[in-house]
Structures are given as structure tokens and as C-alpha cells.
Design a protein around this ligand. Sequence first.
Ligand SMILES: [Fe+2]
Ligand SMILES: [Fe+2]
Length: 324
Amino acid sequence: MKQTNSISRKQFLTLTGVAALSAASACTSPKSTATEAMTTKQIKRAMRIAHLTDFHVMPIGNAPQGMRNAIRHAQAQTDPPDIILNTGDCIMDSLEVSKDMAESQWETFNTIIEEECEIPIYHCIGNHDVWGWGAPTPEKQSDPLYGKGMALKQLELAERYYSFDLSGWHFIVLDSTHQAEEGSLHPYIGKLDDEQFNWLEADIQAVDATKPICIVSHIPILCACEFFDGDNEVTGNWVVPAAWMHIDARRFRQLFLQHTNIRLCLSGHSHQHETLQYLGVQYFTNGAVCGNWWRGPYLDFPPAYVLVDLFEDGSAMSTFIPYG
Ligand SMILES: [Fe+2]
Ligand SMILES: [Fe+2]
């Protein structure tokens, strides 16, 4: 059991000051909450993230200008973000296309990032950034860029998953695109391989138990919005594909119960926007920059990005920003 670095949620809240603030608020108004305290700046903001996900950029159509507009809009906020977080699906698709077509999309992506980004940006690999899994050939499979190799090279990532510390928070960026069994509905599912999950456990274990942790993945670990992405109730039961949401969510649930400083999970992939709270963890599944793959809104969600405010007490707020 890896309990040595763990504390109870109550202890965590006490150590980070929320319990005290909530109690103080309760003296003046029985309905006061930590959220209200945040808005009156009683709890200090640690940082502001512009979460831009699912660019799905390609060299043609309105995609390149749309991607530029989103980045410019985020950076022009009067209360500007400290970083940009890109949770993947950088390009329209490389699962099923030739090497040349995949690389031309990456060239567009990297040109725009280089020309428009004025603040630090952190990347995460999305399923559409994986080259060749949807239409494998012996030629592609023998190429060192097959699979995740191309995305790692284009995003200049040393590893497909990594972690870092910033502004009092610990961030863990995962690679949630797992190759599916042959004959599966999709060429990928949302899952961590054992090597990555073991790394995740060790990484969390090494973090001070009072430091809040944000876990970043392309595919949501837990969300409700994916129930509505397709006729998922047509069998008479709700069926959410493993490609939509992490099929190993129960494994994360168990891990999160052991580490009460895990406070937030950020993801994209669904092209919808949702905030969910479960067992003391907030799950923000955030809207897509491309909306409906550059054809307007997707399931009533327009092209957008999300401002994520992280606070010193481990709480977080999400603001959906349609930029068009
Ligand atoms: Fe996407
Ligand atoms: Fe995706």
C-alpha cells in the first residue's frame, strides 16, 4: 500500500487553508462557499491556464486562421493566462493518412505555434496525433515515426508522458491513447499501459502530500458528456465506447482515493465542455478550439477554449470562452 505520503481530504483542506476560510465565511453567511471566497480573492490564485485543446488544424480551409484567432484571443485577455495548455488532437488526423499528409498538417501546426505563442505552452498527445494506427501498412510500421514517434518529434517531447511543477502545483501529463486490439471498433482506446501507470503511481508518491496535483490527459478519465456523443443508449443500456473515456477509470479512482492532493483532471477529446466533481476531485472536460472540426458548433458547443484558474488551496475554476 502506498499510504505513507497520503493525508485525508480533511487534513489537506486544513493544511491548505480552505477549511479555515470556509469556517470564517460561515460566520458571516451560512451559504458562503469556497467558490465565493475565491471570487472575493480571499483565496489566492496560483495561476491562470488557457486550455486550448483539439485544434485539429490542417493547411486548408478556415482551420489555420481559426487556430490563430483562438491563441490571439486567449493571450489578449485583460487578465491574461500564464501558460497555454494544449491537450492534443493538434492536427486534423494522422491515424489514417500518408506520411506526407501527416507531416504537412504538423508543419501548419508548428508554424502557427511559433508565430502566435507568446507565453509558455505545454503539449499532450491526442489520438489524432498518432500516425498510422488507423490504416497500418508494412511501410508505415517499419518507420520510426509510426505511432507516437511523429508526435513526439513534432512537439519536441522527450517522452510521451511527463510531469513538472509550476506555481505551487504539480502537473502530470499523460499519454491516454492506447492501441486497441485488432478488430476493435476504433484503433485506440483510452487507457494507460502498465509501464505508464506504474510511473504515474511513483510520480504521485514522490509529490509532497500538501501540494495540489493536476492530471492532464487527452481522453477524459471521467466525464458525463460522452453519454451524448452518439446513440449510446440504442441497445437499451448506456454504452460509452472505450475510445471516448478511459476504460481504466476505476483504476484511477482507486489511486485517487489514496492521494487526496489530486484535485483536478483536465482533458479534451469530447469537443464538449463539462465540469464534474467526484470524490473530491474536479474533472474539467473542456471544449474544442475547432468545435465541430471547423464546421461550427459540436453538440451545441461552439469553437472555444477554456480559462482554468488554479488556486493555492487546490481548488480550480473553469470559464468557457467562445472566441469567434
Ligand atoms: Fe478531437
Ligand atoms: Fe481526441
